[in-house]
Write a protein that binds this ligand. Structure first.
Ligand SMILES: Cc1cc2nc3c(=O)[nH]c(=O)nc-3n(C[C@H](O)[C@H](O)[C@H](O)COP(=O)(O)O)c2cc1C
Length: 281
C-alpha cells in the first residue's frame, strides 16, 4: 500500500475476526519494520513479545483485561507487547554502537564525529542521563504487594518510553500495510509480564492487538481530532501552519484524508456487528 493510504486507513480497530489467524509472515513483516525504527541515542532499547491468544489460558486472558480493553481482547488473535530494556542504555554508554556507525560512514567527521568527541562529549552525556539524581524505582504490582525493581532516572525512562512509542507506530503502520487491522490498547501489563516472564528491567506501554478487521475497513470513518490550526504552527506558537486547500485535495485523492466518523451507516453496522459477535448492542 502507498504510505499516504496506510496513514489514512490506519484506525483503532476494535472488532476483529476472532476465528482468523494472522499469517506468521505478516507478523514477521511487522517485526522487521519495528527493527528498522529510528534508535534514540543509538540505544537498542526495543524488545517485543508476540502472543497468540489461543495459546493463553482462559484465566490469563481474563486477568489481562482492563476497563478500556474488553471485547477486543477476546476477538484479536494476536497481541504484540512492546518493551524497552533499561539495561540497553548502559550498554550504549560504552560507545560501541556509535563507533560502529562511525566505521560504517554513518556518523562522520563532517558532523563532528571523532573518537575524542565521542569520549569527551557524547558518552558523558549518556552517563549523565543514567546517573541523573531525579530517579524513580521501577515497581511491579502483584496481588501480594509491590515488588521493587531497579532505580532509574526519569530522563532514562523517558528515553525508553519514546523508543517504545516509535516502535508502536512503526508496528501499527506495518500492520495496516499488510492488510491487517490493529489497535494499541491497555492490557494489565503486570499480569502480562508475569505470564511472559520478562525481566524487571524492561519497561512497557500499551500492546498492539492485531488481526483481520471484523468491522469494515472504514470503521465508521476517520476519528475526530482538534482543528488542524489549533495544533500545528509555523515559526511561533499562535501562528497556525497554513493549511493549503489544494494539498488537502491531493491527500484526499491519495486516501490519507478521509471522511470523519460517523459515516451515515455506522449505527446500522454497529447493530449488525453486535448481533454477529454476540456483543451488547
Ligand atoms: C498508547 C495508546 C494506548 C491506547 N489505549 C487504548 C485503550 O486502552 N483502549 C482503547 O479503546 N483505545 C486505546 N487507544 C486508541 C485510542 O483511543 C485511539 O488512537 C484514538 O481514539 C484515536 O483514534 P484512531 O486511532 O482510530 O485514529 C490507545 C492509543 C494509544 C496511542
Amino acid at each position: 500500500m502507498e504510505f499516504k493510504a496506510v496513514a489514512g486507513w490506519r484506525r483503532s480497530v476494535r472488532f476483529f475476526e476472532p476465528w482468523r489467524e494472522v499469517e506468521r509472515e505478516k507478523i514477521q513483516a511487522i517485526m522487521e519494520a519495528v527493527h528498522r525504527a529510528p534508535r534514540v541515542l543509538e540505544v537498542d532499547f526495543v524488545r517485543t513479545v508476540v502472543v497468540y491468544r489461543d495459546q493463553l489460558k482462559d484465566h490469563e486472558l481474563t486477568a489481562m483485561k482492563m476497563p478500556t480493553t474488553t471485547a477486543q481482547v477476546d476477538m484479536a488473535p494476536v497481541y504484540v507487547f512492546f518493551y524497552a530494556d533499561l539495561e540497553a542504555l548502559p550498554r550504549a554508554a560504552t560507545g560501541d554502537n556509535f563507533r560502529e556507525l562511525m566505521a560504517r560512514g554513518v556518523l562522520n567527521r563532517s558532523h563532528g564525529w571523532t573518537e575524542s568527541f565521542l569520549e569527551e562529549q557524547v558518552l558523558p552525556y549518556l552517563r549523565g542521563i543514567i546517573d541523573h539524581p531525579d530517579r524513580i524505582t521501577m515497581r511491579t504490582r502483584t496481588p501480594d504487594g509491590d515488588i521493587e525493581g531497579p532505580s532509574v532516572s526519569r530522563a532514562h525512562l523517558s528515553l525508553a518510553r519514546s523508543a517504545i512509542g516509535i516502535a508502536q507506530e512503526h508496528a501499527l503502520l506495518a500492520a495496516f500495510d499488510e492488510g491487517l487491522g490493529a489497535q494499541l490498547s491497555a492490557l494489565n501489563t503486570n499480569i502480562a509480564n508475569g505470564i511472559l516472564g520478562v525481566p524487571n528491567t524492561w519497561t512497557t506501554s500499551s500492546p498492539m492487538l492485531l488481526g483481520y478487521h471484523g468491522e469494515s475497513r472504514e470503521t465508521g470513518g476517520q476519528r475526530p481530532r482538534e482543528p488542524f490550526e489549533e495544533d500545528f504552527f509555523e515559526m511561533r506558537y499562535g501562528h497556525p501552519f497554513y493549511r493549503e486547500p489544494a494539498v488537502v485535495d491531493r491527500l484526499t485523492a491519495a486516501e490519507m484524508i478521509q471522511p470523519t466518523a460517523p459515516l451515515p451507516w455506522r449505527k446500522d453496522e454497529l447493530r449488525a456487528l453486535a448481533r454477529k459477535f454476540g456483543l451488547p448492542d
